[in-house]
Design a protein. Structure first.
Length: 587
């Protein structure tokens, strides 16, 4: 008889949880058994306390790297024997029932590990099993939580550097648990697992109003002025909540690459929530981007053409026969697929607009094709006929765009600029593979992130966007702000108002993030956070914060020296200096 152990993990609501969960197995399990009765309760270090069965059911621990264990909700001992066995599990430090919840929360009174010296929590679990035919066996396992992450980082300095570079560029930034989880894993495997493990839905549940019908014009006209005003206030509140909720999703999700790519596509297929002023279409648009974030670009392109938010934003509803509106057609070629003036002529925009005539919305702003408003006359796009008929004319036009080599190259170049900061010579081959593979985003992203161009890109050679700066900070310290709405307001003051880019071209990024005004605002807001973070952060992170927060060494190392401060400020002073060091703005 032999057991295996596993732990189920769930994200802690406050985001404050052990970043380095260590398990110290006994050198030899304590065994009191005749014959084959054995209990060998052991956990492998580090972070092997997640994803091996969810705290119940059978099966051995997976051999692959485990998902983040932000909260250990249960430890399960499994026993295998030739005959039914009575099993007793006693958790010395827990509830005596074999399941114990370990959490390092933000409540200082409940968690002494958040203040004072470094502290290691140790929990010992005793296991006993009685087999009628073989007798009784006992074993134990000790779980240590809140260990100092610095020694492991120092011991794996090259691996940590690669992980930090990858997470800074692709996942908003790294946490201590990211470094611990991946430091012994080959780099290519890290990329594969990050990409393959991406979610297609948010962690947070959808808002209650998601499926609430939008009033028709007749219903709005029947409302009183007070009712319309109340509805407008509710819409505004919902849009604000949506912005704050997305920012929180970036910070708490176990799949930050999903949100990073969703943000990328939002700045590519731009819509603006305040222009639409209908929260339901905006929420569905964001969900659409997330669902396709690492899927097929071709499918995303077809879906976005019929997305109500896009139809509203680029006036598809007013694109009718005999009076075509070219807004969507022009942006489709210039900004979404080919690039301005690349591989098309002005007449192609005119024809493309005709292909999409009849694409419109119902009175409740749901997509609907209006055949009566579709231009059925003959059309030739890029010298090729468009003759699918009706709504399918738009789909056929999109396929003709996707058939162009330029479309694949345009997307590849944009992704290279996003993650590498330049377009390497390999981009042509990558584009050819991207197109030949059906425009699948995940394989392309793996290629980019594994490339020598990415790995050798200068660390700290790109500027962090406001979202990367703020989300990366909260992920690094494993906390959440008291109010995400205020956090999003800070982003908007730094020129990144989520769900409302400045124009249809999206955010340019790069050096445009660092104007004299926005740099001062960044410094001001980071200054505001100093005391809040100091009062709540876990001390075990102090010595590793420069590694977590910065892609390169801090510029002002003199201010990080405790000797530069009075004795009463020799911990807080360097901590505050770290948050306003110029290196924090780089990735």
């Amino acid at each position: 008889m032999s057991p295996t152990t596993s732990a189920a993990s769930t994200a802690a609501p406050g985001g404050a949880a052990p970043a380095d969960d260590r398990a110290t197995p006994p050198a030899e399990p304590a065994v009191i058994a005749p014959g084959a009765l054995v209990v060998a309760a052991a956990l492998a270090a580090p972070l092997a306390l997640a994803g091996c069965g969810g705290g119940g059911g059978g099966g051995a621990p997976a051999a692959q790297p485990t998902p983040p264990a932000t909260t250990i909700s249960a430890i399960t001992v499994r026993v295998t024997t030739s005959a039914p066995a009575a099993i007793r599990v006693a958790n010395v430090a827990g509830d005596g029932a074999g399941a114990v919840r370990f959490r390092l929360g933000a409540d200082r009174a409940a968690d002494p590990g958040l203040h004072g010296p470094e502290h290691v929590y140790a929990f010992t679990i005793d296991v006993a099993a009685t087999d009628p035919a073989e007798g009784t066996a006992q074993g134990w396992v000790e779980v240590r939580i809140n260990a100092d992450p610095l020694p492991a980082a120092v011991a794996h300095v090259d691996a940590v550097g690669r992980i930090r570079h990858l997470f800074n560029r692709a996942c908003f930034g790294a946490s201590a648990q990211d470094l611990a989880r991946w430091q012994d894993v080959p780099y290519a495997r890290i990329v594969d697992q990050l990409v393959d493990g991406c979610r297609t839905t948010a962690v947070q549940p959808p808002p209650a109003w998601r499926d609430e019908p939008i009033p028709t014009s007749a219903e709005l006209n029947a409302m009183t002025t007070a009712q319309r005003d109340a509805r407008d206030r509710a819409k505004g509140d919902r849009i604000h909540a949506m912005k704050a909720g997305w920012l929180r999703e970036m910070a708490i999700t176990p799949s930050p690459l999903t949100e990073r790519m969703t943000l990328f596509w939002h700045s590519h297929f731009v819509t603006a929530s305040w222009d639409l002023f209908e929260p339901q279409p905006t929420w569905r648009y964001l969900a659409l981007l997330r669902a396709h974030a690492l899927g097929s670009f071709a499918e995303l392109l077809h879906a976005i053409a019929k997305d109500p938010a896009m139809c509203l934003f680029l006036d598809s509803a007013s694109n009718v026969k005999n009076k075509p509106n070219e807004n969507f057609a022009r942006e489709l070629l210039e900004l979404f697929t080919l690039g301005e003036g690349q591989d098309y002529v002005e007449n192609d925009i005119v024809v493309l607009a005709r292909c999409f005539t009849g694409y419109g919305l119902t009175s409740r702003k749901i997509f609907a094709f209006n055949a009566a408003q579709h231009d059925t006359a003959a059309k030739t796009l890029f010298g090729l006929p468009v003759d699918a008929g009706g709504e399918a004319d738009g789909d056929q036009a999109l396929d003709l765009i996707l058939a162009k080599d330029r479309c694949a190259r345009f997307i590849v170049d944009k992704l290279c600029m996003e993650f590498i900061g330049s377009v390497p010579g390999d981009a042509s081959a990558w584009a050819a593979s991207f197109k030949a593979g059906g425009y699948e985003i995940a394989p392309l992203l793996k290629t980019i992130l594994k490339s020598s161009a990415f790995l050798n890109a200068p660390r700290g050679g790109m500027h962090r966007s406001p979202a990367e700066l703020h989300v990366g900070l909260w992920r690094a310290v494993e906390l959440e702000p008291s109010e995400w709405g205020g956090e999003h307001w800070q982003l908007s003051e730094e020129d990144q108002d989520l769900l409302d880019p400045p124009n249809v071209r999206g955010w340019v990024g790069g050096g445009t993030w660092m104007t004299s005004r926005t740099l001062l605002r960044r410094r001001e807001f980071l200054g505001w956070k100093q005391w809040d973070l100091w009062n709540r952060h876990n001390p075990r992170l102090r010595r590793i914060l420069p590694t977590l927060l910065m892609a390169i060494d801090p510029y002002d190392t003199a201010r990080l020296d405790p000797a530069a401060y009075p004795h009463w400020d020799r911990v807080g002073g360097p901590f505050r200096a770290l948050l306003v060091d110029p290196a924090i703005h780089l990735k």
